[in-house]
Ligand binder design. Structure first.
Ligand code: ATP
Length: 252
């Protein structure tokens, strides 16, 4: 679902991310970890052609689309619907005076969901099913953004992605604003979705404890470079690079 080779992203000539290889298949979860400024978000945003003022080279395919060569129309086809970006504080992106159900219905109509014969069910059924898939009660659809918690907002953002038919979820620090119990809930939801629906997950996080509970593979970034990558179980228990050891030692 995601295939990256020799991705280099520069801002004003300065290298912000250099990723030789990154693959995420259906049903897999890959995590990018590293300290602030290491190039994690830059890598994630470049997968959807969302970096601003950046010079990008390399090869990036997401859901079969060659992102660096794609037209704006080609990019619109994958963004939002097939590959969804879940940000740290989705609440701030929600319109404050719009009930969540209205917002979801609008997004689905905009993307033509519920119109084709390919995904059966009315919009109401699709909405109810996606909300249930992230373990939220369907009454959430009647609420306004300020009436829900951070963890519920995060799960609603994931429900929206599912309702739109996302095959890939790109999540930037999805749980860092949440307390530990709520973090575990959001991670549990992501884990179920990848197991039950074969979603491909790419998570960006500085939280190694979180990563250890969900990721198959980990890329460790420092100053824009990938200093270590491999199976999560190996990287987190027998880190080969001193920087990864430092990150692990910094864990509470
Ligand atoms: N739009 C931009 N213009 C110029 N430089 C940028 C831009 N976005 C990011 N950078 C720089 O690129 C480098 C990598 O930033 P990036 O946001 O990818 O790091 P990060 O690992 O995601 O950090 P954080 O965890 O704080 O989000 C940093 O030096 C940052 O200052």
């Amino acid at each position: 679902m995601i295939e990256v080779r020799d991705l280099r992203v520069r801002y004003a000539g300065r290298l912000a991310a250099d990723v030789p290889e990154l693959d995420v298949g259906a049903g897999e979860c890959v995590a990018i970890v590293g300290e602030s400024g290491s190039g994690k978000s830059t890598t994630l945003l470049s997968l959807l052609g969302l970096t601003q003022d950046a010079e990008i080279s390399g090869h990036v395919r997401v859901c079969g689309v060659d992102v660096l060569a794609a037209s704006p129309r080609g990019l619109r086809e994958i963004r939002g619907a097939r590959a969804a970006l879940v940000m740290q504080s989705p609440q701030s992106a929600l319109s404050p005076a719009t009930r969540l159900g209205v917002l979801m219905r609008r997004a689905l109509k905009l993307h033509g969901v519920g119109r084709g014969a390919d995904r059966g069910g009315s919009l109401d059924e699709i909405m109810a099913e996606s909300v249930a898939a992230v373990m939220l009660d369907r009454t959430i659809l009647r609420r306004y953004p300020h009436e829900i918690s951070g963890g519920q907002a995060q799960r609603f953002a994931i429900a929206l992605a599912i309702a739109l038919g996302a095959e890939v979820i790109l999540a930037d620090e999805p749980t860092s604003a949440l307390d530990v119990t709520v973090q575990a809930e959001v991670v549990g939801v992501l884990r179920r979705l990848r197991e039950q629906r074969g979603l491909a997950l790419l998570l960006v996080s500085h939280d190694l404890a979180l990563i250890s509970t969900i990721a198959d593979r980990v890329l460790v970034m420092k100053d824009g470079e990938v200093v270590e990558s491999g199976p999560a179980a190996r990287v987190l228990t027998e880190p080969a690079h001193p920087y990864t050891r430092e990150l692990l030692e910094a864990l509470p």
